[in-house]
Ligand binder design. Structure first.
Ligand code: GDP
Length: 199
């Protein structure tokens, strides 16, 4: 059960050639500054900072690995990929990040779930649609989170998430509202990760 999650440990950063740790993987995708590091910190617990939240968008260009442990030992790996779509980055660096993400995805039989983050306050983004098309074509299960909902009024959350749901043609219940500040739906995210990695 998710109450049995004991620990999340940092397992290193890689530019390319992300090692296989012999465990099912869950990879986290999204545009730069969408809240990937904050999600990982939130999942790991409040007191333990496993992923460093960057103040400068686009600065995290490494692929970071985290191992999830329950009382029986390691159960899965969380993969934090570089954020795409940060307009202020030089074009060459943006395409490097695209190549890194593509290369990771091109040979990843251990990947069980893609978690795609989008900012709940923003219009639907073409770059997210492109990522989604890839996951659909490759038959990779997808969990879509709408982040930073603590910054929205209740009625705006419903409206914005409805817009994302329609634009991306998502299944019922997606995107899932998320905030690393309030921790809303943290358990639902852990459940999806666990479900994707059993069996
Ligand atoms: P990353 O580039 O996707 O890893 O994004 P970060 O996790 O570094 O977050 C980018 C900025 O958004 C930081 O200033 C965070 O404090 C802020 N942020 C991230 N998630 C949330 C959230 O759920 N609520 C609020 N209010 N701010 C958030």
């Amino acid at each position: 059960s998710i109450d049995d999650i004991q620990d999340v440990t940092f397992e290193g950063s890689h530019l390319d050639d992300v090692p296989f740790l012999g465990l099912p993987e869950v990879a986290v995708f999204g545009r730069s500054n969408v809240g990937k590091s904050s999600l990982l910190n939130c999942l790991a617990g409040i007191n333990k900072k496993v992923a460093v939240v960057s103040k400068t968008p686009g600065r995290t260009q490494q692929i970071n690995l985290f191992k999830v442990h329950d009382s029986n030992g390691p159960v899965s790996v969380l993969v934090d990929l570089p954020g795409y779509g940060y307009a202020k980055l030089p074009k060459a660096l943006q395409s490097d990040i695209g190549a890194q993400v593509r290369r990771y995805l091109s040979d990843r039989p251990t990947l069980r779930l893609a978690v795609l983050l989008m900012d709940a306050r923003r219009e639907p983004q073409k770059s997210d649609l492109n990522m989604m098309k890839y996951f659909r074509a490759a038959n990779i299960p997808l969990l879509v989170l709408a982040t930073k909902v603590d910054k929205l009024k209740h009625e705006d959350i419903e409206e914005n998430l409805g817009r994302l749901h329609q634009y991306f043609k998502l299944p019922v219940g997606m995107p899932v509202a998320f905030s690393s500040v309030t921790g809303v739906n943290k358990r639902a995210v852990w459940s999806a990760i666990r479900d994707a990695c059993v069996g």
